[in-house]
Ligand binder design. Structure first.
Ligand code: GDP
Ligand code: GDP
Length: 433
C-alpha cells in the first residue's frame, strides 16, 4: 500500500501552505536538529486512520524563468504517472490563468483521480467566485483555505476514498529496498549482488512497472530486492530528476520491510539522506545504512568510528541503526549488507513473550521508577507487546498521562539494551490499568 498524493499547480496558489497543513510539517521542522535544510517537500499525513505520503511539487521547481513552465508541465505528467491522487491547486483570487488551463489539459487525460482545489477561499463571499473553476472541465471543485484549514476535511474525506487499501500481499518474502541519491552506487550494488547486469534480468511476472523487484536466491538467502535505480526516466528538465527519484523512493520505501539507505562516503550524509531516513522511520521500516565508495577514503584506525559518530549524530534521536562500510568496486562487504538486512528484518518481526518482558523490565523499572508528578506516584504494572508488523509495546500503569518523554526514552533504551531491536523503530504506549 503506497498512497501518494501529489500537490500540483502553478506558483503562489498556496501549494506549500496546503502541504504544511496536511503534514503539519511546521511542527516536525521545529523538532529538527540544527544544520539540516528546513524545507521538506514530502511527508506523511493522516486522515481518518489513513496514512499517506504528500508531495509538494512546488519544492522541485527550477528558478530560471525559461524552464519554469516546462518544468511545471513535466511535473504534472510525472505526478499523473506516479501518484495515487492529484490535488490541482488553483487560486480564487486570480481566477483561471493560461498556465492553469495548460495544466488542466494534461490532467483531463489522466486516469488517476484529480481534485480541483480552489484555494484562498477564506470567506463565504468568495465561494461564488470559485464556481468559475468548474470550467476547467475536471469535475467537482473543493473550496478550501489553506491558511485557516477550512474545507480541507471535506477534501480529504473524498481523497482517501480513492485509496487502494486492501492490496493483497502476493509475496511473503522479505522485501529490501536499495535507496539513495543518484550516483551513490545503487545500480552497481545490485549488479554486484546478483552477479550480473540486472538490466537483463527479466522482471518478475505480476510486479508492476512502478519498481523493479529482483528475486535474490543465492548463498542461502531468499528475498526480494526493490530496485529504485533501475527505472530511470528521461526528463527534459534537470530539476525534475530529483522530483522523479523522490517519487520512486517513496513508493519503494512504502513497499519494503527494510530500507538499505546508501550514502556516498566522499560526500557524507546530506539533508536528502536524512529526509529519507526520517520517512523510513515514520513508516516503521527497518533501516540499514550503507556507506559506499569506502575505497575512496583515506583511512586510519579511527576513521570508521569518526564516520559512525558523525552519521549517528545526524540521525538523532533514532541512532540504534547498523552502518556498513562497502566498496562495490573492490567487492568489499556486499554480502555483509544482506546479512545485516536479514538481521534487521528479524528484529522487526521479533515477538517477545509477556513473561520475558516483565521478568527483564520490571526490576529495572523498580530500580528507576518514573518520577512522581504533583505528588502522585506512577506505577508501571506490566508490559506486553502489541501484535503488529513492527515492534509496539504497551506499558500498563496507573497514570499513563504522567509519563514524560525522557522516561519513555529511558524505557526504549532498556528495551533495546536487553532485546536487540537494532535498525528498527520501536513504539511505546502507556495505557491505563
Ligand atoms: P506555492 O507557491 O503554490 O507553494 O504557494 P505558497 O504556499 O507559498 O503560498 C503563496 C502565497 O499565498 C503565500 O503568501 C501564502 O501565505 C498565501 N496563501 C496560501 N494559502 C492561502 C489561503 O488559504 N488564503 C490566503 N488568503 N492566502 C493564502
Ligand atoms: P546509482 O546512480 O546510485 O545507481 O549509482 P551507480 O551504480 O550508477 O554508480 C555511480 C558511479 O559510482 C559509477 O561510476 C560507479 O562505477 C561508481 N561506484 C559505485 N560504487 C563504487 C564504489 O564502491 N567505489 C567507487 N570508487 N566507485 C563506485
Amino acid at each position: 500500500m503506497s498512497n501518494i498524493v501529489a500537490i500540483v499547480g502553478r506558483p503562489n496558489v498556496g501549494k506549500s501552505t496546503l502541504y504544511n497543513r496536511l503534514t503539519e510539517s511546521r511542527k516536525a521542522i521545529v523538532d529538527d536538529f540544527s544544520g539540516v535544510t528546513r524545507d521538506r517537500h514530502y511527508g506523511i499525513a493522516e486522515w481518518t486512520h489513513h496514512n499517506f505520503t504528500v508531495i509538494d511539487t512546488g519544492g522541485y521547481v527550477a528558478n530560471s524563468e525559461d524552464v519554469f513552465e516546462a518544468a511545471i508541465r513535466e511535473q504534472v505528467v510525472i505526478a499523473v504517472e506516479e501518484a495515487t491522487a492529484i490535488l490541482f491547486v488553483v487560486d480564487v483570487t486570480t481566477g483561471i490563468t493560461d498556465l492553469d488551463d495548460e495544466i488542466a489539459v494534461l490532467l483531463r487525460r489522466s486516469k488517476k483521480p484529480v481534485f480541483v482545489v480552489v484555494n484562498k477561499v477564506d470567506n463565504t463571499l468568495q465561494q461564488s467566485d470559485a464556481t468559475i473553476f468548474y470550467s476547467l472541465g475536471l469535475g467537482e471543485i473543493y473550496n478550501i483555505s489553506s491558511m485557516t484549514g477550512s474545507g480541507t476535511g471535506e477534501l480529504l474525506d473524498e481523497v482517501v476514498k480513492t485509496f487502494d487499501e486492501e492490496k493483497v500481499e502476493e509475496n511473503t518474502l522479505p522485501k529490501y529496498a536499495i535507496v539513495g541519491r543518484p550516483n551513490v552506487g545503487k545500480s552497481s550494488m545490485i549488479n554486484g549482488l546478483i552477479g550480473r547486469d540486472r538490466n537483463i534480468v527479466t522482471p518478475i511476472a505480476g510486479t508492476t512497472r512502478d519498481s523493479i523487484h529482483i528475486h535474490f536466491n543465492q548463498y542461502g538467502h531468499d528475498f526480494m530486492l526493490i530496485d529504485t535505480a533501475g527505472l530511470r526516466k528521461k526528463t527534459k528538465v534537470k530539476e525534475n530528476i530529483e522530483f522523479y527519484s523522490v517519487m520512486r523512493t517513496i513508493k519503494a520505501l512504502e513497499e519494503a520491510d527494510v530500507i538499505i539507505l546508501m550514502i556516498d562516503a566522499v560526500e557524507g550524509i546530506e539533508s536528502q539522506d536524512i529526509n529519507i531516513f526520517h520517512l523510513a522511520e515514520k513508516n516503521k521500516k527497518g533501516i540499514v545504512i550503507v556507506v559506499n565508495k569506502w575505497d575512496l577514503i583515506e583511512k586510519n584506525n579511527k576513521t570508521v568510528k569518526v564516520f559512525e559518530d558523525t552519521i549517528r549524530e545526524k540521525l538523532q534521536p533514532f541512532t540504534d541503526v547498523p552502518i556498513v562500510f562497502t566498496s562495490v568496486t573492490e567487492k568489499q562487504r556486499m554480502l555483509k549488507v544482506i546479512d545485516v538486512a536479514n538481521h534487521v528484518y528479524a528484529n522487526r518481526a521479533k515477538k517477545i513473550s509477556t513473561s520475558k518482558l516483565n521478568d527483564v523490565l520490571l526490576p529495572i523499572i523498580e530500580n528507576y521508577p518514573p518520577p512522581a508528578l504533583k505528588g502522585k506516584f506512577v506505577k508501571i504494572k506490566y508490559i506486553t507487546q502489541i501484535p503488529g508488523t513492527a515492534p509496539m509495546f504497551a506499558f500498563f500503569c496507573n497514570l499513563p498521562q504522567y509519563i514524560k518523554e525522557p522516561y519513555k526514552r529511558f524505557l526504549e533504551n532498556k528495551l533495546r539494551d536487553n532485546f536487540d531491536f537494532e535498525g528498527v523503530p520501536v513504539q511505546i504506549f502507556f495505557r491505563q490499568k
